[in-house]
Ligand binder design. Structure first.
Ligand code: 5AD
Ligand code: SF4
Length: 494
């Protein structure tokens, strides 16, 4: 009996023959096309057929702190790789992301209100998708997609790499919630897409999460454990920004001075990282936020003092001036220790500005405790402050074990006293700058006058000065002539 050839051999035999025919055919066709092209003098290849695929558009609305701004830039970059074009016009967006904040109750209330508006927007635009991301997403999880809120998916701060999957599922009508927190995620390998940028200054996230557990604060619960980003990727991002013309980077983290990177026995802490970034170029200014007073080391102060391009501004939240309240807040320093650190800054960096965060009306705060806060503010003479009324956050140690017992009207009265004191201190700080000359990094055209530019001093004070021929991104020396409540006004002195 004749043996049948193996099927693979058959295929090979026939494909070999076919290939020969194909080569001859291609050669003949090419020859004729070449002759024709020469005759009518047109390019040989036919022009590509137009295939119009409308890219989908993404719009992100960011609430809360600078970390959220930096996160939105990471998210835009992740979705850009999925073909989403970023738009600043919400009316043309196919996908709207709301990057949320949970730090105080009113921050969340704002987002609930915004969700109602988006829900009615969705009624008019059937294809529109809405995702909630960030801290409130982490805190409230499923509650945000329940009850017909009009939200298609929810993603916590460590789930942004999974956003393409959540969007694809939402396109199929499937709602999803991903709020898994990570011990490692830093998004260090993702090059953020700069949104709303002035092309001069930018944020760089260097760490995520917080392990401090201040008793009032929700951050450790919604942003998870503290982790530091690989210094190489931070330096690359800073160098890249400098190469693109940026002249200022702000290194961001919930508590930047506990930054610590350890690899094969080598340790890099925050002062070393800061000095490394400052070493990229003397024309690159470096800022950082936020510092915890308990971690503000002498080494860090020395590094700032010896590098002219590390900005002379430290944001050092005190929260309260009362030792009793600081203890209840679990801040891990006393008023005396805080003031000792302020003394060290003043001694080593005399031209350094100092700003703070203050909470009014924390649990069990007496009138005397409040007076201690006012006295501390006066003693330090802050240049600037962010001031808040205590807002109980579910799940925090204060909410679990302390009584939110300062009446609302007392909280408001104390906050107003704190604000009016700070207004006076800020005015004193600005008056002290009159007649002095500062190096100012030009950031843009003044909103009030096209004939003026605006920029900031190393101390983070806003300066307005006549435009002349100065370019945005340029350093200029400005002598301060007068001030308003918000800005210094001067003239270019060189
Ligand atoms: N209530 C009021 N203010 C708060 N902050 C953090 N949590 C609360 C809260 N529950 C303030 C602190 C912190 C800043 C970012 O927000 O002052 O430094
Ligand atoms: Fe919140 Fe305290 Fe951490 Fe700052 S240091 S994020 S206030 S827990």
């Amino acid at each position: 009996m004749r043996k049948l050839p193996h099927s693979a051999t058959l295929v090979n035999k026939y494909s070999h023959k076919n290939r020969k025919i194909l080569i001859i055919y291609t050669f003949v066709i090419s020859f004729f096309r070449y002759r024709q092209a020469m005759r009518i003098n047109r390019p040989m290849a036919s022009p590509p057929r137009k295939c119009i695929v409308m890219a989908k558009k993404l719009y992100i609305e960011t609430y809360g702190c600078q970390m959220n701004v930096a996160d939105s830039e990471v998210v835009a970059s992740i979705l850009k790789d999925e073909g989403y074009l970023y738009t600043n016009d919400i009316s043309e967006a196919d996908l709207i992301l709301i990057n949320t904040c949970s730090i105080r109750e009113n921050a969340e209330q704002k987002i609930w209100n915004r969700m109602k508006q988006l829900k009615s927007m969705k009624k008019k635009r059937a294809q529109l998708l809405v995702g909630l991301i960030g801290c409130m997403a982490e805190r409230l999880k499923e509650k945000l997609i329940a009850d017909g809120q009009g939200v298609d998916f929810v993603a916590g701060p460590d789930a942004y790499r999974e956003l393409p999957g959540a969007v694809a599922a939402a396109e199929q009508g499937k709602k999803s919630v991903n709020t898994i927190l990570s011990l490692e995620e830093t998004y260090g390998d993702i090059s953020p897409m700069r949104l709303d940028s002035n092309g001069v200054s930018s944020f760089i996230s260097i760490m995520r999460g917080c392990d401090n557990f201040c008793s009032y604060c929700v951050v450790p619960y919604v942003r998870g454990r503290e982790r530091s980003r690989d210094p190489e990727s931070i330096c690359c991002e800073a160098s890249e920004l400098f190469g693109k013309g940026y002249r200022e980077v702000t290194l961001l983290g919930q508590n930047v001075n506990s930054y610590r990177w350890k690899e094969s026995g080598d340790v890099m802490d925050f002062p070393d990282l800061l000095e490394k970034i400052a070493g990229i170029d003397p024309l690159l200014r470096v800022r950082f936020a936020t510092s915890h007073p308990k971690d503000l080391s002498d080494h860090l102060i020395e590094v700032i003092a010896r590098n002219a391009n590390i900005c002379r501004h430290i944001h050092l939240p005190a929260q309260s001036g009362s030792n009793k309240i600081l203890k209840l807040m679990n801040r891990k320093y006393t008023r005396e220790q805080y003031l000792e650190r302020i003394g060290a800054i003043r001694r080593e960096i005399p031209d350094c500005s100092i700003s703070t965060d203050i909470i009014a009306g924390f649990c069990a705060e007496s009138e005397e405790d409040h007076k201690d806060t006012l006295a501390l503010m006066e003693e330090v003479g802050y240049d600037f402050a962010y001031m808040f009324k205590y807002s109980e956050r579910p799940g925090t140690r204060a909410a679990e074990s302390m009584d939110d017992n300062v009446p609302e009207d007392t909280k408001i009265t104390r906050l107003n006293e704190i604000i009016s004191l700070q207004n006076r201190l800020s005015e004193i700080s600005k008056k002290g700058d009159l007649g002095k000359s500062f190096e100012v990094l030009t950031e843009g055209v003044s909103k009030r006058s096209a004939e003026h530019l605006t920029g900031r001093t190393s101390q983070n004070k806003v300066v307005v000065f006549p435009r002349n021929n100065i370019a945005i991104g340029e350093y200029v020396r400005v002598t301060i002539e007068r001030n308003t409540s918000a800005t210094l006004i001067g003239k270019v002195s060189e």
